[in-house]
Design a protein around this ligand. Structure first.
Ligand SMILES: [Zn+2]
Length: 265
């Protein structure tokens, strides 16, 4: 699943080709917005908040935002304006005279007044990559969370932008047991954890492949994530995986039982 760094990079690429230009093509293949036509509207900017993409435009009367979410497999790909994309997974086509952006397999697509964005995003915690990042608020949200620290990190209401990769890698780097109740960690531990996650995300904004190890080769780019039964890069103990989160939204979290002090069950 794309995490905050991937969404941030997608927003930056879209912003580079759309900002200041009018839309010459708008084809939204999503039932609730299929009738919306934004051709002629000028892109103000494309930004991310956590895992959400906000394409802000100015039309004749007011600001309007095309909001999308990549969910599991979504992407925005930028092509030449004369590209002829096909396939049943295309959910949106937005074009200028110079580029065509193709939204594949999007998990959400809405159009709303820019002034109403808070109705979509107001429940989210501070954005790790946003200009208003607030570590104190993120830590306070984590401390109030009723579940494990792994589940709390994945809960976008605490802080926005972390998925399974950065949850696992941050917990490993800080040597924290993912199955500890979030409320049992100290403020200092939680502050170090969120700042670690933020550093990982910021560093990965510069690369096409997320990396906590500094290596970009697949299979060498993480310490714990995706390495079930492989030896820990620190201590050699086999990496394990367990599911975190509420029953309907459980997600895999990889960890080293030795480095992270996890009691064997
Ligand atoms: Zn280890």
């Amino acid at each position: 699943m794309p995490e905050g760094d991937t969404v941030w990079s997608t927003a930056r690429r879209l912003n580079q080709v759309f900002a200041g230009r009018p839309l010459t093509r708008c084809d939204l293949r999503w039932p609730s917005v299929a009738e919306v036509d934004l051709t002629g509207a000028v892109t103000v900017e494309v930004v991310s908040y956590g895992k959400h993409l906000l394409h802000r435009l100015r039309s004749a009367e007011h600001g309007v935002t095309v909001h999308s979410h990549l969910r599991m497999d979504g992407s925005w790909i930028i092509e030449r304006p004369d590209a002829r994309p096909s396939g049943h997974k295309i959910r949106a086509l937005l074009g200028t005279p110079d580029h065509l952006a193709i939204g594949h397999d999007l998990g959400m697509l809405d159009v709303l007044p820019t002034a109403d964005e808070h109705t979509l995003l107001g429940h989210l915690g501070p954005d790790l990559l946003g200009p208003n990042w607030d570590a104190g608020r993120a830590v306070a949200n984590l401390r109030r969370h009723p579940d494990t620290i792994a589940a709390a990190l994945l809960d976008q209401r605490c802080l926005a932008g972390i998925g399974t990769i950065w949850a696992a890698e941050s917990l490993f780097a800080e040597r924290l047991d993912p199955w500890t109740p979030a409320a049992d960690l100290t403020e200092a531990q939680l502050t170090a954890l969120v700042e670690r996650a933020r550093r990982f995300l910021r560093a990965s904004c510069a690369h096409p492949i997320p990396s906590s190890t500094g290596e970009l080769r697949p299979g060498r780019n993480t310490y714990a994530h995706g390495r079930h039964r492989q030896p820990c890069r620190r201590c050699g103990t086999p990496i394990r995986v367990r599911r975190a989160g509420p029953p309907t939204r459980q997600r895999p979290i990889f960890y080293c039982p030795a480095c992270q002090g996890v009691a064997t069950e």
